[in-house]
Design a protein around this ligand. Sequence first.
Ligand SMILES: NC(=O)C1=CN([C@@H]2O[C@H](COP(=O)(O)OP(=O)(O)OC[C@H]3O[C@@H](n4cnc5c(N)ncnc54)[C@H](O)[C@@H]3O)[C@@H](O)[C@H]2O)C=CC1
Ligand SMILES: CC(=O)C(=O)O
Length: 302
Amino acid sequence: MTKVGMVGAGMVGSAAGFALVLRGSCTELVLVDKDAARAQAEAQDISHATPVSHPVRVSSGGFEALAGASVVILTAGANQKPGEDRLSLLKRNADIFRELVPQIAQAAPDAVLLVATNPVDLMTALTAKLAPNQPVVGSGTVLDSARFRALVAARVGVAPQHVHASVLGEHGDSEVLGWSSASVGGVPLAQVLDLTDELKQDIEEGTRGAAAQIIAGKHATNYGVGAALALITEAVLRDRRSVLTVSGPSLYGPYLSLPRVVGAGGIAATLKPDLSPEEDAALERSAAVLIKASQGLPELST
Ligand SMILES: NC(=O)C1=CN([C@@H]2O[C@H](COP(=O)(O)OP(=O)(O)OC[C@H]3O[C@@H](n4cnc5c(N)ncnc54)[C@H](O)[C@@H]3O)[C@@H](O)[C@H]2O)C=CC1
Ligand SMILES: CC(=O)C(=O)O
């Protein structure tokens, strides 16, 4: 039996729950939200997909319903309005997490905590402080790496599954696209595609700017991150040892995304990416952005 808890049943939580059911990622899913009626309605709606997908038991409840969960996904909190950046959510969402995380840790002390709420790197670091006895993983740039891979795949004319490419650093405006280590079917990307400045700029803007574009049109992003959360959850539940750009502690100082081995217990190892000097400098700058922003959280300065 594999039970997943979802705290936050809004746009992201419901899409992630739906992805977990369609993929058959777990056997039980429980949704928790301060809006109990919303959680109940989303659980009911998602459960209607089980007869045509996988027999996942879907329900809603209070924090006590998280008991026995192997993974609890945190998606509760404010999202960006059009024109807002992720870092501007810090204070609001930190206040919510200070209230939520101790209750989650008490109800599901053996769960891996998977954080999606933005700004995700800082919320992951805060969660690790608030739940010091539990493994904590941030969804980090798994979504951004998927966006990067999709855009490269479209240019090359291959399935995105055959593009290996990572976005590193902050899940946010300072993120770094790892061009020098990108490959297609094991062949360095530069041998497959003419990496002109114009092409790189197009793909950089399409990756880094995706959230703002989507939020301008629908006031949220949810399907891409929902699928990414299901993938990370499966890596934990099935001890897959998948290499994913999740957020966690780093030698650069703050929590940020690097390629990491994810399995039972969360992050098992961090890989050292092969970066050009320019990419390494950009990653240092991204770390500096997060260090500066973390000064807004007293918990992270100790
Ligand atoms: N890491 C990533 O790649 C992504 C992260 N996000 C982030 O996910 C978060 C959620 O976004 P949406 O689902 O679009 O927002 P939403 O507003 O649709 O849903 C948020 C839910 O959190 C609930 N909530 C708020 N305070 C709560 C509390 N104290 N206890 C329990 N539930 C509480 C609300 O009732 C609401 O249902 C945002 O911070 C957003 O920026 C969104 C997309 C991608
Ligand atoms: C909202 C957000 O963080 C994203 O879609 O990347």
